[in-house]
Design a protein. Structure first.
Length: 346
């Protein structure tokens, strides 16, 4: 704090006491006026100006509002009145100073918490990125090994080797698409909307998670309405929505052992003006369906609760709605809508 600012704060304390002195007698409220001056000085300037206001107010109170001179044999109530005022003034100043210290401590604590939250969010994002990009890279390695084996056979199986090589190219493009999407995410560019077949997007995401569902013995069932009209949307971001919803369903069924683990995906035309995609798992369901879309709300031990909040923002940016439908039986059914005609700018 500069000296000019400090002097300004002390000046405010002096002015506040002067105003209190002027208005105290007409209002017949000496104590209240000077206490108000002390409170204003403490709130505006802190401890130093507050104590200055206490001193000035005490002097003014003694000179102008108590009998003068104040002999030892005078009425004890005069001393009591001065003592009570002084105690109230000091108490008010100290309470305000304590309040300012608590607020500053709270501000620093909130800043540290915000920083810790950012670090945890970045850690979760890094884990998610590693998981997502490891899928196509693992497929590249597996198909590369298969291609080598087909070429090493006697005679070389060129047909199967070519198929494996084509899969390497495909999976390499998938990994590149993940990297491109991350770059777009941090650049915060507008949505890249093109005509999309929602069913194609669903199939692309199912292909991305096929290794995971096989490993966890989950059956994926689809009921995709044929010949759906195109929608305007960002392919990568809609893939992210479907991927996150499917991943949530997979994680919801990790503890399920008494019934089949199933993921059910449905697409259909609704009312001629929107396409609805529904994703249902056979997990344990949600304890509080109203809070799951709130940022930082999570039921996962190591989760940050940002996935569904991000999904909702993506769907809403497309002019749609993300929600939860009543499920007939175990599990949870998420749905999102995409309008067939959206002129919303992004």
């Amino acid at each position: 704090m500069t000296n000019v600012v400090k002097m300004r704060h002390y000046g405010v304390a002096a002015i506040a006491c002067g105003i209190a002195l002027v208005v105290a007698r007409p209002l017949k409220a000496e104590s209240s006026c000077f206490l108000l001056a002390i409170i204003v000085s403490s709130l505006f300037g802190g401890r130093g100006p507050g104590l200055l206001a206490v001193g000035l107010s005490t002097i003014a109170f003694d000179i102008f509002f108590l009998p003068a001179p104040l002999p030892l044999s005078s009425d004890p109530s005069s001393y009591l009145r001065l003592g009570v005022f002084l105690a109230a003034a000091i108490t008010a100043s100290q309470l305000i100073e304590a309040k300012k210290r608590i607020e500053e401590t709270l501000r620093r604590t909130q800043a540290r918490l915000s920083r810790a939250t950012q670090i945890a969010t970045v850690a979760e994002l890094a884990a998610s990125i590693a998981h997502e990009i490891s899928q196509p890279l693992s497929a590249v390695v597996a198909n590369g090994q298969a291609c080598t084996q087909w070429l090493a056979a006697e005679p070389p199986n060129m047909t199967n080797a070519r198929i494996a090589a084509e899969r390497i190219v495909r999976d390499g493009k998938d990994a590149g698409e993940v990297v491109r999407r991350l770059r777009e995410l941090f650049k915060k560019n507008a949505l890249t909307k093109v005509d999309l077949d929602v069913n194609d997007v669903v199939h692309e995401v199912i292909r991305l998670i096929r290794t995971e569902v096989v490993r966890k013995r989950i059956t994926v069932e689809t009921d995709l309405e044929k010949k759906l009209p195109f929608v305007q949307g960002d392919r990568v971001q809609l893939q992210q929505v479907i991927f996150n919803l499917l991943l949530n369903g997979i994680e919801a069924m990790e503890a399920v052992n008494d019934r089949p683990r199933k993921l059910w995906i449905c697409s259909k035309l609704r009312g001629g003006d929107a396409i609805v995609v529904e994703i249902r798992d056979h997990g344990s369901g949600l304890a509080d369906a109203e809070k799951v879309f709130e940022a930082f709300y999570t039921t996962k031990e190591k989760g940050m609760g940002m996935g569904l909040a991000i999904c909702r923002s993506i769907v809403e940016a497309h002019g749609g709605l993300l929600g939860i439908s009543p499920s007939h039986g175990p599990g949870t059914t998420f749905f999102f809508t995409l309008p067939l005609e959206s002129s919303q700018s992004t």
